[in-house]
Ligand binder design. Structure first.
Ligand code: ZN
Length: 158
């Protein structure tokens, strides 16, 4: 008979300081962290690096290149593809002078430029529609305000 065995089984490691604590502890007596929040924070902190590592393994790309490809493919925003081109250009400067051109990711540049052109076209089209909508709204408000005026102030109809 070991009365301490069930109690031992309910011990976990504190996510903050790795001291053994009761599994239902809310606050660690050793480091004072809130155990459920600390555990969640650790998992969230590890989520994106793990996701990146898994994606890098599956696509045979370096994690840094994967981030560039992600930036290049962000739709409707012009800044991320431009940022990706900037980072790629900066990275090629680290290569030997003779190999700079060869090491530049041309495919990345093509996709980025294509995405930028698409985004610009989208915003030009959307911008025109927005201006048309604003004009309609402005006319409606003007008509409404004219209708509110007392009839005496209206210009006489000839
Ligand atoms: Zn602790």
């Amino acid at each position: 008979m070991e009365p301490t065995a069930p109690a031992e089984a309910r011990l976990i490691y504190c996510p903050g300081c790795s001291v053994r604590i009761q599994s239902d502890s809310i606050i660690c007596r050793s480091c004072g962290c809130v155990v459920p929040l600390e555990g969640l924070g650790r998992r969230l902190k590890n989520f994106f690096p793990q996701l990146l590592a898994t994606a890098a393994r599956r696509t045979n790309l370096q994690p840094a290149d994967l981030v560039l490809w992600f930036l290049v493919c962000v739709p409707l925003l012009i800044a991320p593809p431009i940022l990706a081109i900037g980072i790629a250009t900066f990275q090629t400067r680290r290569a030997a002078p003779g190999q700079r051109l060869a090491s530049f990711p041309v495919a990345l540049l093509c996709v980025a430029l294509f995405n930028i052109v698409l985004s610009v076209m989208f915003w030009i089209a959307t911008g025109q529609k927005l201006w048309a909508l604003l004009a309609i709204l402005q006319n409606s408000i003007a008509d409404y305000l004219n209708g509110l005026k007392p009839s005496g102030s209206r210009p006489p109809v000839v």
